[in-house]
Design a protein around this ligand. Structure first.
Ligand SMILES: Cc1cc2nc3c(=O)[nH]c(=O)nc-3n(C[C@H](O)[C@H](O)[C@H](O)COP(=O)(O)OP(=O)(O)OC[C@H]3O[C@@H](n4cnc5c(N)ncnc54)[C@H](O)[C@@H]3O)c2cc1C
Length: 483
């Protein structure tokens, strides 16, 4: 298998050493106080050139996300100029061909009126969601079928043209946009549902289906998608699989490595790999689809997904609680796991600094105040009386033993959505506050918040804010560093 014409620059894996432990993080942005090593995932002769990452703070104008505006209903002021990735990191263009008039003619014949070359139209597709990296692609292709993707990749492979697959462009590590003039292959028009089996709960759809649309489609049939994340209004299921996205439901339904049952992928030479099984148990041969989950477009373009969807819970409760310390956040987690058992579906924490940013930049208000930490606990079950009884007895216990100092519970859909937006929109709030260095890190749960405290101490006044929040339920957090 050749990957020569698929884009060669994907998420940069930084290894950042703090005095007390080592951690791995995925991010393309580079903090000026850290030492950074870069391991590009794909092979290339000029790989060494990519590791010359500038250690200086880049002179980028950071602003609110206009891509985010389209995607997440933010209130932004419009696009700001983002420095070219190639200039910022001083990387060299690899020896790929440049798009010629005859290439353009080929693509226009293949997918008429779905070839974008207008520089203004191309702008949002060249910049990532965080507005931290920018490429200068001169062509965006919007295929509708796997056969078209296959023709495109076969041609690009022959012509040695670099390609950058793109879904909803909500990725936070810059992998969704080109570095140079790679052709952007968008899955935006590959948005067809292929089948849904009400007995097994197995959905088969094209890779460009927007996560929220899938969820709405399933809700009418009393099912839900097994994943949910703040970017749901824009991200594509193919992008979710390509990034192995976790999200808010991971605690309950597990990772995509378990819920994705099959994939159809077009490889770099145009051949179509059909692993689109719809079997919950499939012990025949190699599980090739696993290679593509989390591969970020480096091995091929995912064109269709088969995924196991759980029934829609009949009763959902959401508690928003305040805790006085991180050890109480942990104690509350342990206690609720024990007392809520099978109905616990999400456990998220956020520190007070995050909440202040959400309040000041997005004008959302939280129902509980005066605590350094807040947690969101969601229960999903099939019997509301039973679930409420369990939740109430847990809350009573947590309050009595001082784990939680204040809180509120929502059972109505509208209030639940409102409370969830306090958590889901933190990423967006951060982008309103300046230049964001955002790390998605997994650490032993009892050490999680030490990271934020240590970083604060280490950065001192250099950082405007150092915040911590995330899916504690899956033993990870996402601290955001604002400079
Ligand atoms: C507000 C917000 C909240 C988020 N919350 C979470 C979270 O809770 N958990 C989490 O894990 N992530 C989270 N993310 C990041 C998450 O990874 C992405 O939002 C999402 O999974 C990417 O999907 P996308 O369609 O936007 O892909 P893109 O951003 O377009 O692409 C992401 C990567 O996948 C590749 N790719 C895209 N489509 C395909 C395809 N069909 N075939 C092959 N490669 C492809 C791209 O080349 C790129 O490398 C969040 C992002 C935002 C903005």
């Amino acid at each position: 298998m050749t990957v020569s014409s698929l884009v060669q620059l994907r998420s940069v894996r930084c290894c950042w050493s703090l005095p007390r432990w080592q951690m791995n993080c995925h991010n393309r942005t580079v903090a000026l106080w850290t030492s950074v090593t870069v391991q590009q995932i794909l092979t290339h002769k000029k790989l060494a050139e990519l590791s010359r990452i500038s250690m200086c703070r880049p002179p980028i104008l950071w602003g609110t996300g206009w891509l985010g505006k389209a995607a997440l209903s933010t209130t932004s002021t419009g696009p700001k100029e983002v420095m070219l990735t190639s200039e910022r990191y001083g990387v060299q263009r690899l020896p790929f061909s440049r798009v010629s008039d005859s290439d353009l003619a080929f693509f226009e014949r293949l997918i008429p009126s779905r070839v974008i070359t207008d520089p203004d139209e191309l702008k949002p597709f060249n910049v990532d969601w965080l507005q931290s990296v920018r490429g200068c692609s001169k062509m965006l292709l919007k295929p509708q079928t796997s056969a078209e993707v296959s023709e495109i990749l076969r041609y690009c492979n022959k012509r040695n043209l670099a390609v950058n697959p793109q879904g909803g462009n909500t990725g936070l590590v810059g992998g969704s946009v080109p570095v140079f003039d790679e052709i952007i292959l968008s899955t935006a028009l590959m948005n067809q549902m292929i089948s849904f089996d009400r007995v097994s709960g197995i959905l088969v759809c094209q890779a460009g289906c927007i996560l929220e649309n899938l969820n709405q489609y399933l809700a009418e049939l009393d099912f839900i998608m097994p994943l949910d994340l703040g970017a749901k209004g824009s991200c594509h299921i193919g992008g979710n699989v390509a990034t192995n996205a976790g999200g808010l439901r991971l605690l309950r339904y597990g990772s995509l490595r378990g819920t994705v049952l099959g994939l159809e992928v077009v490889l770099a030479d145009g051949s179509i790999l059909n692993c689109l099984a719809s079997l919950r148990k499939d012990n025949t041969g190699y599980d090739l689809k696993q290679l593509f989950i989390g591969s970020e477009g480096t091995l091929g373009v995912i064109t269709a997904v088969s995924i196991l969807c759980p029934p829609k819970p009949k009763s959902v409760n959401l508690a928003f609680l305040g805790c006085q310390s991180f050890s109480q956040v942990l104690g509350t987690f342990t206690t609720c796991k024990g007392m809520l058992g099978e109905i616990l579906s999400a456990y998220e924490f956020m520190d007070d600094k995050c909440m202040k940013l959400v309040e000041s930049h997005l004008k959302l208000s939280k129902p509980v105040t005066g605590c350094p930490f807040y947690v969101l606990i969601e229960t999903s079950g099939s019997n509301s009386a039973h679930d409420e009884e369990k939740l109430n007895s847990f809350l009573e216990h947590a309050m009595t033993c001082g784990l939680v100092t204040d809180g509120t519970v929502a059972t109505e859909d509208k209030k639940i959505k409102m409370l969830w937006s306090l958590r889901e929109r933190i990423t967006e709030a951060l982008t309103h506050d300046g230049c964001v260095y955002k790390y998605d890190i997994s650490l032993p749960v009892e050490r999680l918040y030490d990271l934020v405290i240590d970083t604060r101490a280490r950065l001192g006044k250099t950082a405007k804010n150092v915040v911590g929040y995330g899916h504690l339920g899956k033993l990870g957090t996402i601290p955001g560093f604002l400079l």
